[in-house]
Write a protein that binds this ligand. Structure first.
Ligand code: SF4
Length: 346
């Protein structure tokens, strides 16, 4: 991430206030009210794995979905509801709006962003692409609508390897943005010719290889599951490297009773649900020299609270809007991703 993007992230984090703990009675009252409001507004709630357990539970109980960003986009588009409420971060709301321009897309907060999105301003990224017109532009889903509009392909971490392999098989050279760690991992796995943008996820960047090796001594039989937004030194220690959905599947299919997990701790809600008899431990973020601001918890995902969810359904504000022309351009690589995924899983 360049210096100015780093400063923006720090400023933003300093402004975030700590959330008030709700009593069980308050939580129940919010659950009841939000379910009624979702019904009244013909709305469906789609939540990311990194949101709080309460938000995930509510999405499940109200007939919505809890998933990774690819499945969130598909679910919101295919659902019959006229309003999609996205509990996640800004780029997820934008993606839902781009894919379903006829639907109203609301978010509990429009302030929830992502260090990868911040670290990849559209004008700078576009200038970088202009310098290399011979390269195919592949961007991670964690980008603004304008960056997607400048790209040839959008990918999520669940299909990034497959897409880059496919592009590489056509002898095309690639510009990859914005996550340098994911880019390096893909480059290593595929051997593709990739020019990398320099941004990172503030959550996954904090996982430390040496501290993880030390933890493995405490849990010698544990499987190590790592999200590829982590540094390569951490990825190298993993038993399985994968997207959020792939990590959950790995926990189900592997025989280990215990897992050390290097991704946002929000995922533990679904992992524990999928594997009630197994134990999950957060990978360490506090290695020597660490300056952890996140500690396995995305501060922006944490802004999706029951209160802000109820507020947005009452006021119907926080609507996600995307410029028509930007949306028209961005839907092309997004649709390419969805079509590719359909082919690769069928
Ligand atoms: S966990 Fe990282 S990649 Fe995901 S939204 Fe937060 S900052 Fe962005």
């Amino acid at each position: 991430m360049n210096a100015s993007a780093g400063d923006i992230v720090k400023d933003h984090l300093n402004q975030l206030h700590s959330q008030d703990e709700l009593s069980e009675i308050d939580k129940e009252a919010y659950f009841e009210e939000i379910k009624i409001l979702l019904n009244q507004e013909d709305a469906v709630l789609v939540a990311h794995y990194y949101t709080s357990p309460e938000i995930q539970m509510l999405a499940e109980e109200s007939g919505g979905c809890v998933s990774d960003s690819l499945e969130m986009a598909r679910f919101g588009r295919e659902h019959t509801a006229s309003t999609v409420v996205v509990a996640g971060v800004k780029f997820m709301g934008e993606t839902a709006k781009i894919l379903t321009p006829g639907k109203r897309v609301l978010m509990p907060t429009l302030e929830a962003t992502c260090s990868l999105d911040i670290g990849c301003p559209a004008d700078e990224f576009s200038a970088f692409c202009d310098e290399h017109p011979d390269r195919t532009v592949v961007v991670y889903a964690n980008t603004s609508a304008a960056v997607k509009a400048r790209s040839d392909w959008v990918v999520t971490s669940s299909i990034a390897l497959d897409v880059v392999e496919y592009i590489g098989s056509k002898d095309q050279k690639i510009i990859w943005g914005p996550d340098k760690h994911l880019g390096r991992y893909i480059q290593k796995e595929t051997g593709a010719d990739m020019l990398l943008w320099d941004a990172s996820c503030i959550v996954h960047e904090e996982f430390k290889a040496q501290a993880l090796l030390d933890m493995k001594k405490v849990y010698p039989d544990a499987g190590i599951l790592v999200h590829p937004e982590s540094p390569l030194s951490v990825i190298d220690i993993a038993d399985v490297v994968g997207s959020t959905s792939q990590i959950i599947q790995a926990a189900q299919s592997m025989s280990n009773d215990t897992f050390i997990v290097a991704t946002d701790r929000g995922i533990f809600y679904k992992m524990q649900q999928a594997c009630p008899d197994k134990s999950f431990v957060e990978a360490p973020t506090a290695g020597n020299g660490a300056s952890c601001r996140s500690c396995a918890q995305c501060p922006w995902m944490g802004m999706n609270e029951l209160k802000s969810l109820a507020d947005v359904l009452r006021a119907k504000d926080n609507e996600v809007l995307v410029d028509f022309e930007v949306g028209r351009q961005a839907v092309i690589p997004l649709q390419r991703m969805l079509d590719f995924n359909k082919l690769s899983v069928s």
